[in-house]
Write a protein that binds this ligand. Structure first.
Ligand SMILES: Nc1ncnc2c1ncn2[C@@H]1O[C@H](COP(=O)(O)OP(=O)(O)OP(=O)(O)O)[C@@H](O)[C@H]1O
Length: 904
């Protein structure tokens, strides 16, 4: 698959091709700028490459946006599952854009693009299908996202989104599957129109690939699809249907994902995964899961924090059970047993495609063994409640005897010990009588062949008794009998004997082939062997295949149970990892509330910083903003906004992200690093924080800041959490604080104000014109610092050397109040900036703080400078009044002397 396409498609190219499709509905597929027309057979090789498709690994997402409705479906060829939206998503109008804070927002900064971006990031598709008529802004957005993950973007004509018939004929088993399918079809005219179109498009795309592969053997070998009826095509790739759940998920914009360090940054993936003693991302923190499928699931969980309290609390209840002291020993065993559980989807795909190897069967056995062991451990856990969670599901729904029976069959059939030694799949004796007999013959073949060789030698000895004695003496070495699979049994005679054989009458041997040393014959004796034993090796292989096939069928009959258990085990593996981290790092179970705009965290810690800072200082946060539904929340002395001020490097950003992470962790269903936490469930975490990614962007930093800020404000609801770090830093000293201040004041006036934590080191913010200390709805925190007694700001007038022993200690403690100094200069000094520069900066800073005119100050001369100035003025005057015309006869030596005196 060519991943470079996307990046190489030029806008002009695309536009041209997009037009082609728009004009020509007969175009089948336009793939990143390349239009493929029905009947085209040029560039077959190119097309083969273009369409190369892995039926076991591809993840296809189809997206459409029509008449303000968003539809999406995803087909994962690995798990053979189709996920669809339960209804088309309609743009959310309940955001706070209603108050006139934002006039014009970037068109892509809306719920749809945010959702699209998140889905693409979460699903990590290999192919993305969109209709050609997609509006430019969303198309460009999808294209950018696809480029980022090297996903192939394919444009399809609109009629591909209208072919629903394959879906109608889809024969799926399973209650849930049927309900979803029926819902999808019966609501096709109302709530699922766009989504259904995306499913249709996925099926059309699949059909096109399958047809192309049928006609192109070299493209996909062992293609399971090939040769099957079109009707059954879809049943081969879709085993179950589920919903894409966007209703109960918390939304994080990309900036938030990156600012909170949810995943390792791209350039670090695979390397430097861990700092020496700490973790750089939440994914790494929890990635104690080692099973492939569990890793995929963890990623999906991290992309999808939940908003449904019941669902979240189910996860808490499992962690609670696992960490219950009474379960300590079992929990410890579970952490060991659950690791490296093979992926059932993977081995089932291999079994289905007939590509099973020793490795595949080892995985089957491994999965069953682990499955049984974990079942036993889970069954002996002391459960804290009767409500259903995955522990109950494992205990009550998994059929242990079926697993045991499966494992028994696998172990009865496959001789893993011998297989490991010989590195070939070996079937146990006693499984199949015919196989055993054949093997028995095969094992005795050497003896049988030796017999035939001897008889042939005897025969030749009689025939050749007249010939050379030396030859007859060595007949044992010159004549032999062998078995070659497929050719059967043969007599081999050295070519040295050929001249004698030629003259032998009545030798009715048939020559089969010859090599440089030997001639291979079929004689009466070996023909008898052919008759009696047949192609023994072939027979063994056939019986082995038969035995394995039967075993394979038995396992595949269990495929739904096995994959369902695989999903449960993966969930459990993640929760075991959550529990492990919670126990090791002393996390607590948070309290979630649904109706209160609250964030009450006692002694919270930063989940990542605390892993590599030995003396991390915990901090508390209290936002009590009344009920979400309370529009006049401010009147009740409630506060929804915290502004944190403080010196540079005093811990503001860490505090900000610490709070974001605590909310995030709570909503992915994990305990949180705090002494206590009460959280009103958050629907979106939006951030305006400078991140590594934003540093790569080429726009001006203030422009980026403003875009992010506008986006956050436009998407937020009263249930959201906005984190703002140093907004306005990129513009001048007046505009920055003014903008920051007016945004905060405006938000505080909003009836549907979200929870906001904003930090700044703009002490200029606090003046009558921008923001005062007492604005309803806003509370102030600052970072605490310890200033040593010797610390003394340099006064420009009494400037002396007494600041040498100055010192500030950052306590990293957040307290109520406002900090009106940034200590940026101190920070620069600590960082080793030249002393004279620091001193000058400090002078100017003090002037600004006192409100003095810097320009006027810089224009003033000191007394010493004034004396110098007057002296120089005298010299200039003397020089100008010096009449050089009178000096024409003066020697150059004297002239130099006179000038010297003049300038003195
Ligand atoms: N709670 C804490 N406990 C211990 N160390 C901390 C804590 N918070 C921050 N630090 C340390 O202080 C450093 C600076 O913190 P942070 O980046 O949050 O400062 P800041 O006030 O946002 O600075 P700036 O205004 O320059 O962006 C961190 O890298 C960390 O090493």
């Amino acid at each position: 698959m060519s991943s470079e396409w996307n990046s190489s498609v030029s806008r002009t190219n695309w536009e041209v091709n997009r037009e082609v499709v728009l004009q020509d509905e007969g175009t089948v597929l336009l793939n990143n700028g390349k239009a493929i027309h029905e009947g085209d057979n040029n560039d077959e090789e190119d097309n083969a490459d273009l369409f190369s498709f892995d039926y076991d690994e591809e993840v296809v997402i189809s997206i459409d946006l029509s008449a303000g409705k968003f539809g999406c479906s995803i087909l994962d060829y690995h798990t053979k599952s189709l996920r669809v939206l339960n209804k088309d998503y309609v743009v959310n109008k309940s955001t706070i854009t209603s108050h006139d804070l934002i006039d014009e927002v970037d068109p892509s900064a809306n719920d749809i693009s945010m959702l699209t971006g998140l889905l693409i990031m979460e699903v990590n598709p290999t192919v993305c299908l969109v209709p050609v008529r997609l509006e430019d802004w969303i198309f460009e957005y999808i294209k950018t996202k696809c480029n980022e993950i090297h996903c192939r973007l394919e444009l399809l004509p609109i009629n591909c989104f209208k072919k629903w018939s394959p879906l109608q004929s889809l024969q799926l088993k399973g209650h849930d599957n049927l309900i979803i399918l029926n819902d999808l079809l019966s609501n096709s005219r109302f709530t699922t129109t766009v989504t259904l179109g995306t499913v249709a498009c996925i099926l059309v795309n699949h059909e096109q690939h399958a047809q192309l592969d049928e006609g192109n053997d070299s493209t996909v070998s062992n293609n399971i699809i090939r040769g099957r009826q079109t009707k059954s095509l879809y049943e081969d790739v879709i085993h179950n249907i589920g919903y894409i759940d966007i209703k109960d998920r918390m939304v994080l914009d990309e900036n938030a994902m990156s600012a909170l360090n949810i995943f390792p940054t791209a350039h670090k993936l695979g390397h430097d995964k861990m700092m020496k003693n700490g973790f750089l991302s939440i994914f790494e923190l929890f990635n104690q899961v080692s099973s492939d499928y569990a890793k995929r699931m963890l990623k999906s969980w991290l992309f999808n924090p939940l908003t449904n309290r019941e669902q979240i609390e189910k996860r808490y209840s499992i962690i609670r059970t696992l960490l219950d002291r009474q379960n300590a020993i079992i929990f410890n065993d579970l952490t060991q047993s659950i690791k490296r559980c093979p992926d059932a989807f993977g081995f089932i795909n291999q079994l289905r495609s007939g590509k099973s190897t020793l490795r595949t069967w080892s995985k089957v056995a491994g999965f069953l063994e682990k499955g049984i062991a974990i079942f036993k451990l889970v069954s002996s856990l002391k459960l804290s409640s009767d409500e259903g969670n995955i522990l109950h599901d494992i205990k009550n729904k998994v059929d242990l005897s079926a697993l045991k029976e499966c494992l028994r069959k696998v172990e009865t059939v496959i001789d893993f010990d011998t297989s490991k030694d010989t590195k070939t799949l070996t079937i146990n004796t006693g499984v199949d009588k015919r196989l055993d007999e054949c093997r028995n013959i095969y094992n005795h073949l050497e003896k049988i062949l030796l017999e035939v060789a001897r008889e042939t030698q005897g025969f030749l000895l009689n025939v050749l008794h007249q010939t050379n004695r030396r030859i007859t003496k060595n007949l044992e070495k010159l004549v032999n009998a062998i078995y070659i699979p497929q050719l059967g049994y043969l007599v081999t005679v050295s070519t040295l004997l050929e001249p004698f054989l030629v003259n032998t009458p009545d030798l009715e041997w048939e020559e089969i082939f010859r090599s440089s040393d030997n001639i291979y014959f079929k004689n009466e004796k070996v023909l008898e062997l052919d008759e009696t034993y047949g192609d023994i090796y072939g027979a063994i292989s056939d019986y082995e295949i038969e035995v394995l096939f039967s075993l394979q069928e038995q396992i595949l009959r269990m495929k739904n149970q096995l994959t369902a258990y695989n999903i449960l085990l993966s969930e459990l593996e993640i929760l075991v990892s959550f529990a492990q981290v919670s126990a090791e790092r002393n996390y607590v179970e948070p309290q979630l509330v649904e109706n209160d705009c609250i964030l009450d965290i006692v002694n919270g810690r930063h989940a990542l910083y605390e892993t590599f800072l030995s003396n991390y200082i915990p901090n508390s946060t209290i936002i009590d903003g009344g009920l979400f539904s309370e529009l006049s929340w401010r009147k009740h002395n409630k506060e929804r906004i915290i502004i944190v001020t403080g010196a540079n490097s005093s811990g503001k950003s860490v505090y900000l992200t610490q709070n974001g992470l605590i909310v995030y962790l709570a909503q992915i269903g994990c305990f949180v690093p705090a002494e206590r936490a009460k959280i009103g469930i958050v629907d979106k975490i939006l951030t305006r924080i400078r991140t590594q990614e934003t540093l790569y962007k080429t726009q001006s930093s203030f422009l980026l800041d403003s875009q992010q800020m506008a986006k956050s404000l436009s998407l937020a609801t009263e249930r959201s959490l906005i984190l703002v770090d140093e907004y306005g830093k990129g513009t001048d000293i007046l505009d920055g604080p003014s903008l920051f201040g007016s945004i905060m004041v405006n938000m505080a006036m909003s009836e549907r104000c979200p929870r906001i934590i904003a930090c700044t080191h703009f002490h200029e913010l606090f003046n009558e014109n921008v923001i005062t200390e007492h604005i309803q709805g806003i509370k102030h925190y600052c970072t605490d610092i310890l200033i040593s007694q010797n610390y003394n700001h340099i006064d420009p007038v009494q400037n002396k050397e007494d600041h040498e022993s100055e010192g500030i200690t950052f306590l990293f403690k957040i307290k109520k109040g406002i900090s009106k100094q940034s200590f940026g200069i101190y920070c620069a000094k600590v960082c080793g900036l030249n002393k004279s520069i620091v001193r000058r900066a400090e002078e100017l800073s003090n002037l600004i703080n006192r409100g003095d005119d810097v320009v006027q100050h810089c224009g003033k001369l000191t007394e010493k400078e004034m004396q110098e100035f007057q002296k120089n003025q005298e010299i200039v005057k003397k020089f100008l009044s010096w009449d050089l015309d009178l000096e024409t006869s003066t020697t150059s030596e004297n002239l130099r002397l006179k000038l010297k005196n003049l300038l003195r």
